[in-house]
Design a binder for this molecule. Structure first.
Ligand SMILES: Cc1cc2nc3c(=O)[nH]c(=O)nc-3n(C[C@H](O)[C@H](O)[C@H](O)COP(=O)(O)O)c2cc1C
Length: 174
């Protein structure tokens, strides 16, 4: 089994990264993580070149992610919540999926991870549900979701334990 993590956090010590890694490390598959913040990925330019030519016009670091989508059984996609949404880094990753959706398509299993400082775990449920539906509609097969709330800092994730345990459980069942 091949499993790929995608992180939208820019932090070096990130709860999102730790949760993605906990899922990946609990599988017996071969894994890799792409940290969007560290990559050279241009935002979608809405040029529709991909519709006519089968590939995105911009052959930047996203090319490696397209290859990973083709080869992976599972994607684990995570982001902190910034102003009620995923980070700009993760949104850039999502928008660039347009060329994949228009060409080879997506059929990969998906685990979604959201991390928020706010202690109210129901606050972003409508947003998370809408995004889950959209990702399912473009071909991902949603397996599970972690909505880690009340986690402003990495230390809170370590103290809390609940979300890391859930990540390990999800990974062990993949
Ligand atoms: C620009 C910015 C906006 C944020 N907006 C929200 C928000 O709307 N709701 C919330 O609960 N937390 C918000 N946070 C807090 C982060 O979601 C939180 O610190 C999270 O743990 C960061 O995850 P990471 O360690 O993986 O980067 C925001 C943080 C930043 C820097």
């Amino acid at each position: 089994m091949k499993i790929t993590g995608i992180s939208g956090s820019p932090r070096p010590e990130s709860s999102t990264n730790a949760l993605i890694k906990a899922v990946l490390d609990s599988t017996d598959g071969e894994s890799q993580i792409f940290n969007i913040n560290e990559l050279d990925i241009k935002p979608c330019q809405s040029c529709y070149y991909c519709k006519e030519n089968g590939v995105c016009k911009y052959q930047d670091d996203y090319t490696d992610i397209v290859k990973a989508l083709d080869e992976s059984d599972v994607f684990v996609i995570g982001s902190p919540i910034y102003f009620s949404e995923v980070t700009a880094q993760l949104k850039t990753f999502i928008d660039r999926l347009y060329s994949v959706v228009n060409n080879q398509g997506i059929s990969t299993k998906l685990v979604l991870i959201y991390v928020q400082a706010n202690p109210d775990g129901s606050l972003y449920k409508p947003y998370i549900e809408a995004q889950s539906n959209m990702l399912s509609n473009i071909g991902f097969e949603l397996v599970d979701t972690i909505n880690a709330y009340g986690i402003p800092e990495y230390e809170n994730l370590i103290e809390n334990k609940e979300f890391l345990e859930k990540a390990k459980e999800i990974g062990s069942k993949l």
